[in-house]
Ligand binder design. Structure first.
Ligand SMILES: [Zn+2]
Length: 259
């Protein structure tokens, strides 16, 4: 910010801009506490464009390429490599290159689902990966909606989250998960009986439950606490009817011959 303010055209905006950054930090990016600031005619477009010229190089480029993320910090998909504006750049161009407002994310999160949505009415807003430390615990699961042979998948907050966290998670899930999530759930769900058949010679309710627990441990290790697979496996683990369905499908499954 201070480096930028040395450019003559930005110098007059430095004080207001720093005040906006401070308000962001003080309020954890909350869209209910931070109003977009009007910097004067034409300035918003220039602020908006700052990101386009900087997103692939320097500090922002390094954020984008951040290694070691197990899944998208916004939606939990297995894909990373993009940056998302927590407060949308259209509404809040003054935060277009503020690091605290830029969250590593997948392509889908950055390009589509959220769009220009900033919030859904207090307290419904997106989870902020930097300012909501409570969101590091398991915050959601996937409910398997019968009929199990043609199951559909409903993302839900885990029970027992204190207010307003439950509502925040619900709004977040409604707005970040799209078609790819539902396709991915259906694919994984239909592959589970075959996996169970390979790994579990008993195929009882108890042994299948143990296998699901084992799969969940693997998902937590490889994708992180709130990745898509972990959320689905949490939902299966607490649904005896779903486990029984998987067990029966596994018994009936015909495995491909070894090549
Ligand atoms: Zn994502």
């Amino acid at each position: 910010m201070n480096k930028l303010a040395r450019t003559a055209s930005w110098t007059p905006h430095q004080a207001d801009w720093i005040a906006a950054y401070q308000a962001y930090q003080a309020n954890g990016g909350s869209p209910f506490a931070i109003d977009p600031h009007d910097f004067g005619p034409g300035v918003a477009d220039l602020q908006y464009a700052l990101y386009d010229s900087r997103s692939r190089s320097g500090e922002l480029g390094r954020m984008r390429r951040k290694a070691g993320l197990k899944s998208c910090p916004v939606c939990g998909s297995p894909v990373t490599g993009d940056l998302d504006h927590y407060l949308a750049r259209n509404t809040y161009p003054e935060f277009s290159i503020m690091r605290a407002n830029l969250v590593p994310a997948c392509r889908h999160c950055n390009s589509g689902a959220k769009g220009t949505t900033v919030h859904g009415g207090d307290p419904r807003r997106f989870i902020h990966p930097y300012f909501d430390p409570w969101a590091a615990q398991a915050i959601w699961f996937v409910e398997i909606v019968p009929p199990y042979k043609a199951a559909t998948f409903k993302p839900r907050p885990v029970p027992g989250l204190p207010a307003p966290q439950g509502e925040i998670v619900e709004f977040h899930l409604e707005n970040v998960l799209g078609t790819q999530f539902h396709l991915s759930m259906a694919t994984y769900w239909s592959s589970l009986p075959g996996q169970l058949k390979i790994r579990d010679p008993e195929l009882t309710i108890v042994s299948v439950t143990q296998q699901i627990d084992q799969e969940l441990r693997v998902a937590l290790h490889s994708g992180g606490t709130n990745c898509w697979q972990a959320a689905l496996l949490r939902g299966i683990r607490d649904d005896v009817a779903a486990i029984d369905h998987l067990r029966q499908e596994a018994i009936a499954a015909v495995l491909p011959p070894m090549p």
